[in-house]
Design a binder for this molecule. Structure first.
Ligand SMILES: [Zn+2]
Ligand SMILES: [Zn+2]
Length: 310
C-alpha cells in the first residue's frame, strides 16, 4: 500500500483501494473537485444556471453543497439549498442537522430554503407510514413524495437544474435493486427527462455520481461535517438497506464492484427512445403508460380515505 501522495510525494492521508493510489489532503480534495467538474460537463451544465440543491443534511448532501460551491463559484452559477422536512419525529432525526445545514450554507453565502411534507401534502411522513405502512414501504412512500416536493419547490424557485447528491454507491444500489425487483424497464429507462417533460420537471443533475461512499465520507471529515448520529428510523425496513450491506461486503472483498455495477447500468440504458406515457387525470403530471392517476395522487387519495375512516 502506498504511503505517499501520488501527485506530490507528501505523506498520504487517503488510499484508493481500487486504483492503489495515495493522496494528501490537498490533492484528495482536488481529485474530487476534478471528478465533479468532469461530471457536470458530461451532464451538460452551462453558465448562468440556477441550481437548486436538495440538501437533506446527510453527509453526501453537505459534501455536494461544498463541492458545487467550490467548483461553480468562479462562474455565473447561482446556488440555492433546499431542505424538504418529511416530518419524521423519531429521535428528531431531521432537526439536529438543520442547524448544520443553515450554518454551512451561510458560511458559503448560499440561500437556504426549508419546505415540508405538511405544507405540500397536508400530512407528514410519520402520518403516511402510520396509515399506509401496511401497504407501502416507508422508503417508497417517502421517495415518491420527496421527489415531487423537491421538484415543485425547485420549479417555484425558477431553477434550471435540481442537484441530487446520489453518490456512486447509491447509483450501484439502484441498479441492483432494479435487478432484484425484476424491473427491466427501470434499468433501461434513461436518467434524463425527455425534453417534452421540461414543463413538469426541472432537469436533474447528479454531481456526485462518480464519487464513492468512502470518498464522500472522508471529504465530509475534511470539511468538518460530523458523522450522522442516527440514520432515518425507517431505513432499516427497506430493500435498499439490505442491498447496501450486500454491496459493501462485496466492495470490501472485490474493490471496484460498485463501479462495474454503475457501468452495467449505463450500458443497458436505451438512449433517446421516446417512452410511452400517460398523464394523471388529477394533477396532470406524466405517469406510467396505462395509469389513470400518478403515484403522488394515489398516495394522497389513500391518505384522504384513511383519514375519513377515523
Ligand atoms: Zn499531494
Ligand atoms: Zn397526479
Amino acid at each position: 500500500m502506498q504511503t505517499t501522495c501520488d501527485v506530490c510525494g507528501k505523506p498520504a492521508v487517503y488510499f484508493d483501494n481500487r486504483s492503489g493510489k495515495g493522496y494528501c489532503a490537498l490533492h484528495f480534495r482536488q481529485m474530487l473537485e476534478k471528478k465533479v467538474r468532469k461530471e457536470l460537463r458530461k451532464q451538460g451544465l452551462s453558465q448562468n444556471e440556477r441550481i437548486v440543491m436538495g440538501i437533506s443534511g446527510g453527509k453526501d448532501s453537505l459534501v455536494m453543497m461544498d463541492l458545487l460551491w467550490r467548483v461553480e463559484a468562479p462562474y455565473h452559477v447561482e446556488l440555492i439549498a433546499l431542505t424538504v422536512d418529511e416530518g419524521i419525529e423519531n429521535g428528531q432525526y431531521r432537526g439536529r442537522r438543520m442547524d448544520l445545514i443553515k450554518r454551512m450554507a451561510q458560511e458559503r453565502g448560499i440561500k437556504h430554503e426549508v419546505q415540508s411534507f405538511r405544507d405540500k401534502y397536508g400530512f407528514t411522513l410519520d402520518e403516511a407510514v402510520q396509515f399506509l405502512g401496511g401497504k407501502e414501504e416507508p422508503c417508497t412512500l417517502c421517495g415518491v413524495l420527496r421527489r415531487r416536493a423537491l421538484n415543485d419547490y425547485a420549479k417555484g424557485l425558477k431553477a434550471t437544474r435540481l442537484a441530487i447528491a446520489h453518490n456512486l454507491d447509491d447509483e450501484a444500489e439502484t441498479v441492483l435493486m432494479n435487478v432484484i425487483r425484476g424491473d427491466a424497464k427501470g434499468l433501461m429507462r434513461s436518467e434524463n427527462y425527455a425534453e417534452d417533460l421540461y414543463d413538469y420537471y426541472v432537469p436533474r443533475i447528479k454531481p456526485m455520481r462518480t464519487i464513492t461512499e468512502r470518498e464522500s465520507a472522508f471529504y465530509a471529515y475534511l470539511i468538518g461535517v460530523p458523522p450522522e448520529e442516527e440514520e432515518c428510523p425507517y431505513a432499516r425496513l427497506s430493500l435498499r438497506d439490505g442491498v447496501r450491506s450486500f454491496l459493501e461486503d462485496l466492495e470490501e472483498k472485490h474493490p471496484g464492484t460498485a463501479d462495474s455495477m454503475v457501468k452495467f447500468g449505463e450500458n443497458i440504458k436505451v438512449k433517446g427512445k421516446r417512452v410511452d406515457r400517460s398523464f394523471c387525470s388529477l394533477c396532470g403530471y406524466p405517469t406510467s403508460k396505462g395509469r389513470d392517476i400518478c403515484r403522488v395522487c394515489e398516495i394522497k387519495g389513500m391518505m384522504r380515505e384513511a383519514e375519513e375512516r377515523i
